[in-house]
Design a protein. Sequence first.
Length: 354
Amino acid sequence: MNFMESIFGKVRSHPKRVVFPEGTEPRVIAAAAQYVSKGLGAAVLLGSKSLIAKRAASNKISLDHVHIIDPQKADDLEHFAEVFSAIRRNKGLGKNEAIQAVKQPVYFATMMLHETSADGLVAGAGTTAAAILRPLFQTIRLEPGVKAASSCSVIQIPNMKYGEKGVLYFADCGVIPEPTADQLADIAVTTAKLARQLHGIKPRVAFLSFSTKGSAKHRSIEKILAAVALARQRADEMFIEADFDGELQGDSALLTEIADQKSAHSSVAGKANVLVFPDLNSGNICSKLVQRLTDGCVYGPILNGLSKPASDLSRGCSVEEIVGSAAIVALQAVEYRKLYPAQAHSRAGRFKFA
C-alpha cells in the first residue's frame, strides 16, 4: 500500500469534515467530490450555489453529498461575525467590519474551523498565500509549546529509495522567510510531529546547510547548531520522539555512503525523512524543483503549529494533490492514540498529540 492510500485508509476509519473556501474553482470542486466519494468524510464548498452547480455540471462533476454554503447568505454569518469581532476587538474591528470580513470565503472557512463547524481547512488553489494565512493567523491560536506557525510540504516521489519509502517532509516552504534559531526549532519539531502522525514512525530530522559537521564556518551554521539543541529540548518537553541532527548537506542527509564519510555516528545522516531548510528561499525553491523534475506529488504546504489543521496549497496543485492535502489535514484532526493504539499503550501515554 502506498503512502496516500494508507492515509485514506486511516481517515476512512475516522471521517472528518473539511471546508474548501475556493468553492467555484473547478479543481477544488473535483477534489471535494473525490474526498466524499472516497469515504473520507464531509466536504463543504463555499461560494455561490448556482455558480458552483454550473461549473460542476460543465466539468461533469457530481455534487452528490457535497455540502455548499454561500457565506453571503449563511445562517451562521451573524454569529461568526460576532465571534470574529470579539477576537479582533483589540484591533478596533467593529461588528459591521466583521460582517464584511466574514462574508469572504476564506474568513468564513476560518470561522467554521474556529467554531468546530469543520475539522480542517484546505485553500490556496486560486488564492495567494497571504490571503489564506492572514485570517488563519488572526483567528486560530498556536498549539501549546509552539512559538511560531510554519509549514511543510509532504513530497511523494515515485520509485525513490530515500526518506520514508519515497516520502519526504520539506520545511518551511511557505511561511517564515528568514527563521531565527528559535523558529527553526519550532519548524523542526512541528514537522516531526506531523511525520509521526502520518507515518507512525520515529522521524529523523536533518537541519540542512552548505556544510556538514564543521566542514565550513559561517554565522548561519551557528544558528543551525543552536536550533538543533533547541529542537531536541523542545521535542522532549512536548513528548515527541524524534531524532534531530545538523548541520548536514543534502547528500549527507539522504545518502548512507556519504553520511558514513562525513557523519558516521549520526542517528539522522544518511536516513533523514524530514528536511529542515535554513530559509524560505531554499525550501520553496527546492520543493518546486523536486516536484517538477521528478514528477512527484506535493501535498500542502501543510500549516504547522496551529491548534486547528489547515493547508495553504500551491496554486499549481493538481486535483490529486488537493485531495491528498485534504486527507492529511483530516488525519491531523484524529487523536494519535486512535491511529496507533498499540504504540500509545506501549509507551504509557507519552504522546500529547491532538
